[in-house]
Write a protein that binds this ligand. Structure first.
Ligand code: ADP
Ligand code: ZN
Length: 586
C-alpha cells in the first residue's frame, strides 16, 4: 500500500524536472532574441510596425512587432518615453515580456512543486502517525482462531489450570450467579517456546471468543503517554466485542519491577503499567474479558501486577518432560509423511528441548527429506536435523582447513568425548565431529544428557570437567604455549556454572548457603573471596581433567586418529576404542 503511494510521488517529481528543463530551454532561446539600435527602433515606431513595448526599470526595453518578432533595444529612460509611444498608438506594458511557453513551463513547475509538497507532507504525516498516535496500534481481533487444546501437547497441568477460564468465557453469567470471582488476568510464565502463546490461543479457541494479541514491547514508546493511550484503545476495542481474550506477550516490557532509586524507572513505563491496571480494574467480573499475559520471568514483574483483582492467577508452563516431548513430536508429525520414526528415542534425545524447538526439529527434518527427494521423513533426516539444530550447518567447503588445525580440533573434541565417557557415563556421547559448522565451531561433541529434575553438586562438577576436557587435551598434547582460542565458549559455560554453584546454589565455601544476588540487593560488595574460590575450584577441576587425560593418553590418541580419519564418529566407535585399549592394557 505504502509502496504504491510512494510511486505516485514520482509523477509530480518528474513533471517538476521536465518543466524546469523546458523553462531553461525556452527562456534561453527567447533571451537570444536580437538587440537592435535605438535608431532602428525609432524607425519601426515611425513605420507603425510595433504592437507593444515592454518598459521596466531594466536598461533594455523589449519590443514586439506586429508580425510577432521580438527584439530588445536601449531604454532611453526619458520621462515622456511612455507617453510618446502611447501617442503613436503603441501599447506599453510595464512588465517584462514572457512567452506563453515560458508561462506554461513556470506554472507547470510551480504546480508540480505544490503537489510534491502536499504528497510529501501527507506521507510523513502517515509515518509519524504510527509513531505518535495513541490509537494506531493495529490490533484486530482474530475471530475464529482455529486453535484448541488438541493443538497443545503435554502441558497437562497448565491446560487444567485454564480450563475454568474457558468455562467462564463461555458462560460468565453462570459464574456471577454463584458469586464466584474469576481472575481478570492470568500470567503464563516459563521458558521461551514452551507454548504460552499457543495455550492462550487455545483458550480463545476453546471458548470461541475473539483473540487480541499484542506484545509488551508495542507499548514501550519514547513518547510519554503513547503506551498508555494504546492500552486504553486496546481495551476499548476488546470491550466492543463483548467477550474476548487479550493476550499480552512479553508483559515484562511494561510490567518490570519499578525501580524506586533516583534516576531509575521511566515515566513512560509507569504510565503504561498504570493504564493497564486501571483498565483491568475497570471491567467487572461478568464482562467476559480475560487478559492473558506471558513472561519468561515471573520474578521480574512488578508486584502491583500480581495483586488480587489483577493478574492473580500464575500458571507455570514448563519445558516438556520425556513423555510430553514424545506427544509434541507426534503432534507435529501428524500431517507429514513419515516412516519408522522412533518417537521414544527422539523424545529421549531431546532433553531440555522446548516445544518450539521440537517443532523446529520436525520441520527441519521435513525440509531435509524434501531436499533429498525422499518419499518419507525418516530417522536419518531427523539425525541430520538434530545435528543442525544443536550445532549449525556443516561447512561443505573444508579444503581450506590446515592439517594442523584439524589436528588441534581432533584432540580438543577427543578430550571432551573421553572425559564425558569417564565422568558422565549415563550421558550418551552420540556424535563427535571435527567438521566445522556455520555457527563458528571448529567441531563439536554431542551428548544426550539424562532427564533429571535436579542436578547435584557432583554432577555439576563433572559437567564442568567435560567442558574443560577440550582445553586440557590441547595443553597436554601441544604444551601450554600452544593452547588455542577453541576453548572460548567452553570456558564461558564452565565459568557460568562455577559462579552459579558458588554464588546461587549454596554449593560453595565462601558464601555457604547465601545467595549472592540477594546479598547484592542488601548492599553487600565484598566479592574477593568468592572470586578466589571460583578460581581455585576451576583450577582444581582442570588439574583433575588433565591427569585423567594423561592416564588415558593412548585412548585420547586413538580417538583423535579415528576422528582425523573419519571426521565424524559415533557412540559405538568410541566404545570400541575404549574397550580395545582396556583389553590391550589387561
Ligand atoms: P512461547 O509463547 O512460550 O514462547 P509459543 O506458544 O510461541 O511459545 O510456541 C511456539 C511454537 O512451538 C508453537 O507455535 C508450537 O508450534 C510449538 N509448541 C510449543 N509448545 C507446544 C506444545 N506443548 N504442543 C505443541 N506445540 C508446541
Ligand atoms: Zn570445546
Amino acid at each position: 500500500m505504502n509502496k504504491i503511494k510512494n510511486k505516485y510521488i514520482l509523477i509530480p517529481a518528474i513533471t517538476a524536472v521536465l518543466s524546469l528543463v523546458f523553462l531553461i530551454f525556452v527562456s534561453s532561446t527567447f533571451k537570444i532574441s536580437k538587440d537592435k539600435q535605438y535608431t532602428a527602433f525609432l524607425k519601426d515606431v515611425s513605420t507603425r510596425s510595433i504592437s507593444t513595448v515592454y518598459v521596466t526599470t531594466s536598461p533594455k526595453v523589449q519590443v514586439k512587432l506586429n508580425d510577432g518578432t521580438i527584439y530588445t533595444t536601449d531604454n532611453p529612460r526619458t520621462n515622456n518615453f511612455k507617453e510618446n509611444l502611447l501617442k503613436d498608438g503603441i501599447n506599453v506594458s510595464e512588465q517584462t515580456l514572457t512567452s506563453p511557453s515560458e508561462i506554461a513551463s513556470i506554472s507547470g513547475f510551480v504546480i508540480s512543486l505544490i503537489v510534491l509538497g502536499i504528497m510529501a507532507f501527507k506521507s510523513t504525516k502517515r509515518k509519524s502517525k504510527g509513531m505518535f498516535s495513541a490509537t494506531n496500534l493495529d490490533v484486530t481481533a482474530v475471530e475464529d482462531i482455529g486453535y484448541n487444546f488438541a493443538n497443545v501437547a503435554g502441558n497437562e497441568e497448565a491446560k487444567d489450570s485454564v480450563q475454568d477460564v474457558v468455562d467462564f468465557l463461555k458462560n460468565p453469567e453462570k459464574y456471577s450467579a454463584y458469586g464466584a470471582r474469576m481472575p481478570k488476568g492470568v500470567i503464563l510464565y516459563g521458558d521461551p517456546g514452551t507454548g504460552k502463546t499457543l495455550l492462550a490461543k487455545a483458550v480463545a479457541g476453546e471458548a470461541n471468543v475473539p483473540f487480541y494479541a499484542v506484545s509488551g514491547s508495542d507499548f514501550v514508546q519514547i513518547y510519554v503517554g503513547v503506551g498508555a493511550g494504546r492500552i486504553r484503545s486496546l481495551f476499548k476495542k476488546a470491550r466492543g466485542q463483548g467477550r474476548a481474550v487479550i493476550f499480552i506477550d512479553e508483559i515484562d516490557a511494561i510490567g518490570k519491577k519499578r525501580n524506586n532509586g533516583p534516576g531509575g524507572g521511566s515515566d513512560e513505563k509507569d504510565q503504561t503499567l498504570n493504564a493497564l491496571l486501571t483498565e483491568m480494574s475497570g471491567f467487572n467480573e461478568t464482562e467476559g474479558i480475560i487478559v492473558i499475559a506471558a513472561t519468561n520471568r515471573l520474578d521480574m514483574l512488578d508486584e502491583a501486577l500480581l495483586r488480587p483483582g489483577r493478574f492473580d492467577r500464575h500458571i507455570e508452563v514448563t519445558l516438556p518432560d520425556v513423555s510430553a516431548r514424545e506427544k509434541i513430536l507426534k503432534l507435529h508429525f501428524k500431517n507429514k509423511p513419515i516412516k519408522d520414526i522412533d518417537y521414544a528415542e527422539w523424545a529421549h534425545k531431546t532433553t531440555s528441548f522446548s516445544g518450539a524447538k521440537l517443532e523446529n526439529l520436525t520441520n527441519e527434518a521435513a525440509i531435509i527429506a524434501c531436499k533429498d527427494n525422499a518419499v518419507f521423513i525418516s530417522n536419518e533426516h531427523m539425525d541430520k536435523a538434530y545435528s543442525i539444530m544443536l550445532a549449525g550447518y556443516e561447512k561443505v567447503d573444508r579444503d581450506y582447513i590446515k592439517d594442523q588445525d584439524r589436528n588441534i580440533t581432533a584432540f580438543h573434541e577427543a578430550g571432551h568425548a573421553l572425559i564425558s565417557l569417564k565422568m558422565l557415563p549415563k550421558d550418551k556421547v552420540s556424535k563427535v565431529t571435527i567438521i566445522p559448522t556455520t555457527k563458528g565451531a571448529g567441531g563439536y561433541t554431542l551428548s544426550i544428557p539424562e532427564d533429571s529434575l535436579y542436578q547435584n553438586k557432583d554432577h555439576l562438577k563433572k559437567k564442568i570437567m567435560v567442558l574443560l576436557g577440550g582445553r586440557a587435551a590441547e595443553e597436554i598434547t601441544f604444551g601450554l604455549d600452544h593452547v588455542t582460542t577453541g576453548a572460548y565458549s567452553d570456558l564461558q559455560r564452565s565459568t557460568e556454572l562455577i559462579a552459579n554453584m558458588v554464588t546461587e546454589y549454596g554449593m560453595g565455601e565462601s558464601l555457604g548457603l547465601l545467595s549472592m544476588a540477594k546479598l547484592k540487593e542488601s548492599g553487600f560488595t565484598n566479592q574477593e573471596t568468592v572470586f578466589l574460590e571460583c578460581k581455585n575450584l576451576i583450577s582444581d577441576l582442570y588439574e583433575e581433567v588433565k591427569s585423567i587425560l594423561l592416564d588415558e593418553k593412548d585412548s585420547l590418541d586413538a580417538v583423535t586418529a579415528l576422528l582425523i580419519e573419519k571426521e565424524t564418529i559415533c557412540h559405538e566407535d568410541l566404545i570400541n576404542i575404549i574397550e580395545d585399549k582396556n583389553n590391550g592394557v589387561a
